[in-house]
Write a protein that binds this ligand. Structure first.
Ligand SMILES: C[S@@+](CC[C@H](N)C(=O)[O-])C[C@H]1O[C@@H](n2cnc3c(N)ncnc32)[C@H](O)[C@@H]1O
Length: 425
């Protein structure tokens, strides 16, 4: 339903009382020609010293800023005025969305939720305890962790597997963002619950199974594919899916990522896919028009091997082996991020987990923007010139360092389209 924006905001604000009925509020996206200070804001009610507050967590792509507000101090209008386009409010009865249209009106949608909705009941159970903010997204008692060998027979975390468990938990936080992005920004009402995840270089599939379970807990009907070149991984993982009785929703394929046919995907993930397998993963995800791509790269040999000559004055750094390695890592991942930017993805690089759990703790997060989704030739002139500047920077970097990044090769035709000022078709 289209409504006057001010009326839409009044309606949204009226849903906030009482705060304890709210599961969550998500504020995201940007209005045309506006640049809100944050990428996204998550709000939920919490109890602090027996008084109810709103916990407002603002994300700028690098860090989270948390503020606690008295109930009456939360004014949704201020967020919309600051340039945000989307508002999602979930309470115990409805899911309400407000989207600011290009003409500055409000598109409103209200969906009744069933009391059986797992996500809602899960969230409500924990919701008001301020101490549970650092809650794990999946409990270690979940059956899947036992079958994966992460927990013992009593469901207790094995000390030797705790780093992997932590990596999975932290990765799930980005998957949560991806699910919200896909649901709010890309899904029609008709297929709101479908969610296709492809895990590239899945190995023993700790993350693959956790992603499936997590999406299920959020009330989605996930369809998950784990891909690894190793046949023994496929056999082991399929057997675990059978044991968990979820083999209709989870499949494993023993294939090289580069040989996997493109397929429509909501979320492509890759945790520590070795060296250029990360490039294969990104290229596959772009060609599959994945709405969100989350990759935590592993080793970076491809560019490192090409750094025998470096442009002046970079020799200062690259003459030392360890620094050359780090420069190679930075060049590789910044080129990957720039390619995704050029191809119409809003791209961030974050540390998804503290370095003590893995030194490979960077994550490239890419969210397909609306212009990237739309047909070729449909970019505005401002977008065309921004893209042209981005491609030029990329080409300059390649030229200066005299390198041939694998990902540029894999996405050659897509980059040519971008050079010609076209979006992805
Ligand atoms: C470091 S392991 C990570 C496994 C898993 N993602 C995790 O974090 O637990 C990398 C996995 O990628 C797989 N792999 C490497 N290159 C691949 C390629 N080109 N195609 C498919 N799988 C690949 C390996 O067999 C291995 O299982």
């Amino acid at each position: 339903m289209i409504s006057d924006l001010a009326e839409g905001i009044v309606k949204a604000q009226s849903l906030l009382s009482p705060p304890q009925s709210i599961s969550r509020i998500v504020i995201s996206g940007k209005q045309r020609n506006k640049s809100p200070q944050f990428l996204r804001i998550d709000i939920r009610p919490v109890l602090i010293k027996s008084a109810i507050h709103w916990q407002v967590v603002s994300h700028d792509g690098k860090k989270d800023i948390t503020k606690n507000l008295r109930p009456e101090a939360l004014k949704l209008e201020e967020f919309i005025q600051s340039g945000f386009a989307n508002l999602l409010i979930e309470n115990d009865q409805v899911e309400f969305t407000l989207r600011v249209t290009k003409s500055g009106q409000a598109q409103l949608n209200t969906r009744r939720v069933s009391p059986a909705d797992v996500s809602r009941s899960d969230k409500q159970g924990n919701q008001l305890s301020h101490d549970r903010v650092k809650n794990r997204l999946l409990d270690e008692g979940e059956e899947l962790f036992k079958h994966l060998g992460i927990t013992d027979h009593d469901g207790k975390l094995k000390p030797s597997r705790s780093d992997k468990f932590k990596q999975v938990q932290e990765f799930l936080k980005s998957i949560q963002l991806a699910i919200e992005f896909v649901q709010v920004d890309t899904k029609d009402q008709s297929d709101k619950n479908s969610f296709k995840i492809v895990d590239l270089g899945c190995g023993h599939a700790y993350l693959t199974f956790a992603a499936h379970r997590f999406a299920r807990k959020l009330g989605l009907s996930p369809e998950v594919l784990g891909v690894d070149e190793r046949v023994d991984s496929r056999e082991r993982n399929n057997a675990i899916a059978d044991l968990l009785n979820i083999s209709s929703e989870m499949k494993f394929s023993a294939t090289k990522i580069a040989e996997l046919p493109a397929m429509k995907t909501d979320l492509a993930i890759a945790l520590h896919a070795c060296d250029t397998a990360t490039d294969d993963s990104i290229a596959w995800a772009v060609k599959s028009k994945s709405s969100v791509i989350l990759v935590a790269p592993c080793c970076h040999h491809d560019i490192q091997k090409q750094l025998s000559t470096s442009p002046a004055p970079w020799k200062i750094a690259t003459r030392y082996g360890i620094l050359q390695e780090r420069v190679g890592d930075i060049i590789t991942d910044s080129i990957r991020a720039q390619i995704l930017r050029v191809l119409g993805y809003r791209t961030e690089i974050i540390e998804f987990i503290a370095g003590e759990h893995t030194p490979r703790n960077l994550m490239i997060r890419a969210f397909k923007s609306h212009d990237g989704k739309s047909a070729a030739n449909s970019l505005s002139s401002q977008q065309v010139s921004e893209r042209a500047a981005d491609v030029q920077e990329l080409d300059q970097m390649i030229e200066q360092w005299q390198i041939k990044p694998k990902l540029m090769d894999l996405l050659r035709s897509e980059l040519e389209q971008a050079r010609a000022g076209k979006g992805l078709s």
